[in-house]
Design a protein around this ligand. Structure first.
Ligand code: SAH
Length: 250
């Protein structure tokens, strides 16, 4: 095995290239191979070493192009050939990014692996919407959950949402009706504020607000597309448009 071969898992942030860390940028500049998924924009990929080979392993819901084991094998194979392999992921690699599985694949193969954290879309999106995920008057707990079909009904979200708590749901657009149902079944009030942060931090970002009972209606009416986050809790009514309104009043 070559001495230089290694794998760097890099969080690319939520989309806006300005939200890359300096360490992520340096890793991209030094990359020989960049393995990226669908959420990473061309603008960010263009910051990589122009000589680096780019490999897309884009995953789309229900249309996985490369199974996770194959991605692990690809990373290991490239690193074994002596290359610096950057595995570029949207947001942070360890928040619903399967980063843990790729670290394990590297370790099992005896390949050095490093993780560069990224700004998760939950944090980037909240900032872009000026929506504080915690707030002394509204929420002292914040939870991140995955809302995709697989296992949604088995997941126990009891106690994660409600008064004083903020719930951020990833991958929940397609299942928003089941999500609203599940939360109300767990006792959450139908008039709990919700917000949808679509394409957060990108130029065409949308922030949509409503109440829990109307979440599926909102998604339907507005034609919400992935990637989007659903925020459930009192903080969902805070943020950019409210600030704009306040400015108008003053
Ligand atoms: N590791 C990523 C999450 C990967 S799971 C992170 O830390 O952000 C993919 C989900 O992330 C999407 O379905 C969506 O819910 C969310 N997501 C990623 N980028 C987003 C963006 N720019 N705007 C809104 N949601 C985003």
């Amino acid at each position: 095995m070559s001495e230089t071969g290694r794998i760097i898992l890099v969080g690319a942030g939520p989309g806006d290239p300005d939200l890359l860390t300096l360490r992520a940028l340096r890793a991209l500049e030094g990359a020989e191979v960049v393995v990226h998924d669908g959420l990473v924009s061309g603008e960010i990929l263009d910051l990589a070493n122009p000589q680096a080979r780019r490999i897309s392993v884009a995953k789309r819901r229900a249309r996985h192009t490369l199974p996770q084991e194959a991605i692990g094998e690809l990373l290991v194979r490239e690193a074994r050939a002596g290359r610096i392999v950057v595995r570029l992921k949207g947001g942070d690699p360890f928040i619903f990014g399967r980063g843990g599985e790729e670290v394990a694949a590297a370790q099992a193969a005896g390949i050095p692996v490093e993780v560069v954290p990224g700004i998760s879309s939950a944090l980037g999106g909240a900032a872009a919407a000026a929506m504080p995920l915690t707030h002394r008057d509204h929420a002292s707990v914040v939870s991140f959950v995955a809302g995709q079909c697989k296992g949604l009904s088995e997941q126990n979200w009891a106690g994660l949402a409600g008064k004083g708590r903020t719930l951020v749901i990833f991958m929940g657009v397609a299942t928003s009706a089941a999500i609203a149902e599940k939360l109300m079944h767990d006792g959450l009030a139908p008039d709990t504020p919700v917000a949808v942060l679509e394409r957060a931090t990108l130029p065409d970002m949308r922030v949509l607000r409503s109440l829990l009972a109307d979440l599926p209606g909102l998604v339907e009416r507005e034609g919400v597309q992935s990637p989007a986050l659903i925020v459930v809790g009192d903080v969902a009514q805070l943020g950019a448009s409210q600030i704009a309104e306040m400015e108008r009043v003053n």
